[in-house]
Design a protein around this ligand. Structure first.
Ligand code: 6GU
Length: 232
C-alpha cells in the first residue's frame, strides 16, 4: 500500500515513519510513505501557503492552490482524507477500510483551517481523531497511519496480533499480565496460569464485557444491539 501525506511540515514525519512497526513495515515493502511538502506547490518568493479569511475574523486560512496543484501533479487514487477537527470521528472500521485500499492520501490542515474548496473537491472525506483541537493535522495523520499500517498483513510480529486488540470485536481488550506471577503482593489471576484454554477464553470474554460496560457504555450499547440483531 502507498500512503501519501501532504503537509507544510514534512520533517514532522521523519523519525516516526522510520521507527518501530511503521518503520519495519516500510523496510519490508508492505507500505510506502510519500511525504509531500505543500510549499513545493507555491510560486511566490515566500512560498506562501495561507491567507486571511474572507468575511474577516481571527486566524489564517490555508490557500486552496497548493492542494489542487498537488492533486493535478500526483493524481492520488483511493481515499483522500482531510484531517480536521470538523471531520467524522476516526474509528476502527475506518482503519480497516483504509488498510484494504491500495493508496491512502492524508491532507494536513493548519491555522484556522483549510479553504473549503479543498474539502469539496480534493478530499473524499474529512476526519477527526477526537473531541479536542490540535494545532495541526500532522499528529492526527500519524495516529491514522499507525492504526492502518498495523492492520496490514505481516506488519505485526508473531507475538502481536490485531485479532486481540481492543475494538477488534467491538469490545475493549481484557487485562494482560506477564511474569512474575506475584509482584509486590499483587497476584496474576489464577485462571491465566491454569493452562485451561477454554476457561481462559471465557475469563477474557467476561473481562472484556465488564470493562466495556463500565468504561464505555456507548460501545456496550452498540455491542448489545449488534448481538441482538445476530440472534434475530
Ligand atoms: Cl484531524 N486536526 C486538528 N487540527 N485537530 C484535531 C483533529 C484533527 N482531530 C482532533 N482534533
Amino acid at each position: 500500500m502507498r500512503i501519501n501525506i501532504w503537509t507544510i511540515f514534512p520533517e514532522f514525519f521523519e523519525a516516526t515513519l522510520a521507527t518501530s512497526i511503521l518503520g519495519r513495515a516500510a523496510a519490508e515493502g508492505l507500505v510506502e510513505y510519500r511525504v509531500v511538502d505543500l510549499r513545493g506547490y507555491t510560486h511566490d518568493r515566500h512560498r506562501t501557503v495561507d491567507d486571511e479569511p474572507y468575511g474577516g475574523g481571527a486566524g489564517m486560512v490555508m490557500k486552496p492552490e497548493p492542494f489542487f496543484e498537488a492533486r493535478d501533479d500526483l493524481g492520488p487514487e483511493g481515499p483522500v482524507a482531510l484531517l480536521t477537527p470538523r471531520g467524522a470521528l476516526f474509528d476502527h472500521a475506518t482503519a480497516v477500510r483504509y488498510s484494504l485500499a491500495p493508496e491512502l492520501t492524508l491532507l494536513c490542515g493548519h491555522y484556522k483551517g483549510v479553504d473549503e474548496r479543498v474539502a469539496q473537491v480534493v478530499a473524499t472525506e474529512e476526519l477527526s481523531i477526537g473531541n479536542y483541537v490540535l494545532s495541526g493535522g500532522e499528529p492526527a495523520a500519524l495516529v491514522v497511519i499507525d492504526a492502518v499500517v498495523r492492520l496490514l498483513p505481516g506488519a505485526l510480529g508473531n507475538h502481536e496480533s490485531a485479532a486481540t486488540d481492543s475494538f477488534y470485536e467491538d469490545l475493549l481488550a481484557p487485562p494482560v499480565y506477564t511474569r512474575p506471577a506475584e509482584y509486590r503482593g499483587l497476584q496474576v489471576p489464577e485462571v491465566l496460569r491454569s493452562g485451561d484454554h477454554a476457561r481462559i477464553a471465557q475469563w477474557r470474554r467476561e473481562q472484556s464485557e465488564r470493562v466495556t460496560r463500565w468504561r464505555r457504555p456507548d460501545l456496550w450499547r452498540a455491542y448489545r444491539a449488534a448481538e441482538h440483531e445476530e440472534n434475530e
